[in-house]
Structures are given as C-alpha cells and as structure tokens.
Design a protein around this ligand. Structure first.
Ligand code: 5GP
Length: 204
C-alpha cells in the first residue's frame, strides 16, 4: 500500500477591501474545516455588523496593538485604510506544525510580509468586477461615510497594481464561480509533488 503525506502550505487570498475575499474564505473554511485553519488577525478597526470577535478578527485598541508589535507577537502587520491589522505568530506556527494548511485574508503588502517568514505560499489576487461595482459595494458597506468610501476606492486601485506578484489572479464577478476556481487551485496545489512525501514506500 502506498501512502502519501503532504507538507502544509500557506494559502493567501488577497485583493482590495470590498472585493469579496471574506465570502470566499468562509466558504473554504466550511468545506475544508478538517484540513484548513484560518489565521485570525488583530485589528484596531471597529467591528462591522455581522462580524464576530475571535471569528473574523480580534478587536484591540491601538495601544494593545502596538504592545503586540513590541512583544514580537505578530508575524507581520500593516496599516491599511486608516487602521492597523496584524497576524498573530503563535497559532500559525502551531497549525503548520500540526500539518494544517493555513489560510490568510490580507492586503497585498501581506504577501511580501509573509514571504519573509515562509517559503511555501500559494497566493491569489482577487479583482472586483469593475471599479464601479466596487464603489457600489463599498457604499453599501459604509452608507454614512462617503469620504471613507472614496479613500478605500483609491487605495483599492493602488493596491491592484500588485496583482503581478501573485501566483493566480481572478476577477470576482460571480461568487460561486470564483469559489470554484479558488477551490480548484487549492485542490491542485495540495497534490503538488514538491509537497509530497511517502510514508510507506514498498518497492518504489
Ligand atoms: P477590512 O477592514 O476590509 O476587514 O480589511 C482591510 C484590509 O486589511 C483587507 O484587504 C484585509 O485583507 C487586510 N488585512 C486583514 N488582516 C490583515 C493582516 O493581518 N495583515 C495584513 N497585511 N492585511 C490584513
């Protein structure tokens, strides 16, 4: 009997705020809960409606966040859209050690930050269907704050220039189709020979 084992990898989904990364992330986690762990970031931004502490983010004050940087608790961090976001080190290292693939939802700076710590990263950049559609989505998300919407749109355009540094690029027009593509990438990456080793070799 030939038994194969796979080394875990980092699976990063990136793209501008409002592109729909979170929906894809949630679907992946639901379907692959036995093999994927999600890296929950710290953030200094306020909790949005429907978000849950310890599921979507850990919500902390700016002081608490800065202490975590000082104490070396974060693998990486960024300042995006007026708030701090950072990745806790301890759980990610533990999960990789236990053999789980670790899923990240980050801005594009996150890719470069992660590359300083990990060799094996599979990265996807999601585009919104159009800037107009992104504006619609952001306006719905922040109905009382047109300035913030404008700022996020400008940053989104800037951030999208980074697409060429990613392994895969997808335009997120229909969420089911995007999910299917993301899932196919994940399934193919899992089978890569470079991550495979044999447990019982029996005459190979
Ligand atoms: P949002 O406020 O829309 O949840 O997130 C804003 C941006 O920050 C998104 O692009 C999100 O992917 C990114 N982000 C969230 N957590 C982290 C993190 O720990 N590190 C980095 N680099 N980006 C993050």
């Amino acid at each position: 009997m030939i038994e194969l084992k796979r080394k875990p990898f980092i699976f990063l989904i990136s793209g501008p705020s409002g592109t729909g990364k979170t929906t894809i992330v949630r679907k992946l986690l639901k379907k692959y809960k036995n093999e994927i762990k999600y890296s929950i970031s710290y953030t200094t931004r306020e909790k949005r409606e429907g978000e849950i502490e310890g599921v979507d983010y850990y919500y902390v004050s700016e002081d608490e966040f800065k202490k975590k940087i000082e104490n070396g608790e974060l693998i990486e961090w960024t300042f995006a859209y007026g708030n701090y976001y950072g990745t806790p080190k301890e759980p990610v290292l533990k999960w990789l050690d236990q053999g789980y693939n670790v899923l990240f939802d980050m801005d594009s700076k996150g890719l470069f930050n992660l590359k300083r710590h990990f060799e094996d990263i599979v990265s996807i950049f999601l585009f919104p269907p159009s800037w107009e559609e992104l504006l619609n989505r952001l306006s719905k998300r922040h109905p009382d704050n047109p300035e913030l919407v404008e700022k996020r749109l400008m940053e989104a355009k800037e951030e999208s220039k980074m697409w060429k540094f990613f392994d895969y690029t997808i335009v997120n027009t229909i969420v089911e189709e995007t999910f299917e593509m993301v899932e196919n990438i994940y399934k193919a990456e899992k089978l890569k020979a470079k991550r495979t080793y044999l447990i019982s070799e029996e005459k190979i």
